[in-house]
Design a protein. Sequence first.
Length: 149
Amino acid sequence: MTGKSLNNPLKLIGRANRAFARVVEGPLRELGFAMSQVPVLVTLKKAGALSQAELARLVEVEQSSMAQLLNRMERDGLVERVADPADRRSRLISLTDTAARQLPSGKSVMEAVSRQALAGFSAEEKQQLASLLLRVNENLDAALPRADG
């Protein structure tokens, strides 16, 4: 690790995120998932059926990117579009039974890699790291332009 890396820990965060994605990519692919799909799958599992706009907002991606991702996920049998009971002209996105069955295995893969990444960290160090990253995220969220302003 170079001194320059220590001067910009956000580069290290990005590097860790990319390395994590590379490590989980193969095992997730064997389950029929891609890393980019995980936030969508987890959100649908927690929230149930959602509109594409609401899903994009919750996952924090642009509508056009969400549309492309959902088209691939529908093609791969992970999500389905169902009629909105409140508005028959509208469609909601929901998990397929196949995705719901495979999701716990995907979660296990990611948890195992997380444990590997944090091997040797004490409980206090893990808590400190989480607290510091939470502050980074809060600072970055505060820097985003507000929708109401």
